[in-house]
Design a protein around this ligand. Structure first.
Ligand code: NAP
Length: 381
């Protein structure tokens, strides 16, 4: 049986993971489930899945569920959670926390030699070099869960040199709009993704196309392919989840309904495929279209490519500034167009780029990016 720890168990990806664990109870022992403050939801999930422990990073949120009988052990705060991750037997750890907060537990899990099923793209963007070097040292495997990267992972099964990777992108809720039309869009409109139901941060990232920018860097880090060899194509139907073009021109794609349970289950079952009750594609009524991204209206894509090429601390600063700006937008402190403007202005202030070789360097870059982005917001908006 496979031992499992889920970081971000109460979120949108976490729920897909819980469904897969519940569908195949004979395959799994649930060691631990981690969230921030959703105490009741985590407790119920822990009971339902028979988890040995549940951990909340917000210690105050532990109080109402501590001391309850007939359920998992309650683990209080990040340091204790990290100890439990280290003390667990060899496990598959699902990285489904949102944002940079997923980095430290992921690195601790890798150090221990656990395998990582990674949805938390911000970890790979901010510290991809570090994650890869920790994994090389411990022998831990990183298996993508992000649907595009899972598609590429599946299409790369032959392990042959590739000409390019093609990431598909739904275009988000504002596809076809101009910058002028985007000046006063509301939070509700930005959260209203046409195809996927997801957490708030990734939904806003999808509306700015920052999500695809983060995924470009994630793809570069996961598959070791240069930025010149990664293209993005808009595919509004979200049926083709991404493609790999081989040196002979043959292009392999992975298709299916937009359903996160599929990449989650593939990450657990690979190289096998397990049954899963999913909606089949109706081929005779499919109308698949593809178009170039409008990089003038959505500058986040080009910005991510530039930042990725620069490397070092720049992707971590890019990610930190974006997290701050998305939060500010959700709190109505900046307009939608202010998100990418904040990220651009933060990056412009960076004078001394350095390679990321230690956790301290990445924590420093993240802190600097957050402070500078907050300053930009205070001064500009
Ligand atoms: N949603 C998708 O379809 C999708 C697809 C591909 C990739 N991803 C990536 O997967 C990650 C999660 O996305 P999501 O949409 O599932 O996010 P979400 O719905 O907002 O859920 C986030 C989860 O992380 C937990 N969390 C947040 N901050 C934390 C902290 N400081 N300490 C511990 N736990 C914390 C939350 O706990 P609480 O409930 O207590 O707040 C929740 O369980 C993101 O990196 C996203 O880019 C998501």
């Amino acid at each position: 049986m496979t031992h499992v720890i889920v970081l971000g168990a109460t979120g949108s990806v976490g729920k897909a993971v819980a469904e897969i664990l519940a569908i195949h109870p004979e395959e799994f022992v649930v060691e631990g489930l981690v969230a921030n403050k959703s105490n009741q939801a985590l407790w119920e999930l822990g009971q339902r899945l028979g988890a040995r422990w549940i951990g909340l990073t917000d210690e105050n949120a532990c109080d109402p569920i501590t001391g309850r009988l007939n359920g998992p052990e309650v683990v209080r705060g990040m340091p204790e959670i990290l100890d439990h991750i280290t003390d667990s037997p060899h496990s598959k750890v699902v990285g489904a926390m949102s944002g940079f907060s997923g980095l430290v537990p992921t690195l601790v899990a890798i150090e221990k030699g656990h395998d990582i099923l990674l949805a938390n793209k911000e970890t790979m963007v901010a510290a991809g070099d570090l994650v890869r070097s920790y994994a090389a040292a411990s022998g831990s495997q990183i298996i993508p869960v992000d649907s595009e990267h899972s598609a590429i992972f599946q299409c790369l099964a032959q392990d042959q040199p590739v000409r390019r990777l093609i990431l598909t992108c739904s275009g988000g809720p504002f596809r076809g709009r101009t910058q002028t039309e985007l000046k006063s869009v509301s939070i509700a409109e930005a959260l209203n993704h046409p195809k996927w139901s997801m957490g708030k941060k990734i939904s806003i990232d999808s509306a700015t196309l920052m999500n695809k920018g983060l995924e470009l860097i994630e793809a570069h880090q996961l598959f070791g392919v240069s930025y010149e060899q990664i293209d993005v194509v808009i595919h509004p139907q979200s049926i083709v989840h991404s493609m790999v073009e081989y040196m002979d021109g043959a292009t392999l794609a992975q298709l299916g309904q937009p359903d996160m349970r599929v990449p989650v289950q593939v990450a657990f079952s690979w190289p096998q495929r397990w049954p899963l009750p999913t909606l089949p594609l109706d081929w005779s009524s499919l109308n698949l279209t593809f178009e170039k991204p409008d990089e003038k209206t959505f500058p986040a894509l080009a910005l991510a490519r530039d930042v990725g090429r620069l490397g070092g601390m720049m992707p971590a600063i890019f990610n930190a500034a974006n997290e701050v700006a998305v939060q500010a937008f959700l709190q109505q402190r900046i307009p939608y167009l202010g998100i990418v403007q904040t990220v651009e202005a933060t990056l412009e202030k960076m004078q001394h780029n350095e390679p990321i070789t230690t956790l301290d360097t990445v924590l420093h870059a993240d802190r600097w990016g957050r402070e500078m982005a907050n300053l930009v917001i205070t001064q500009r908006f």
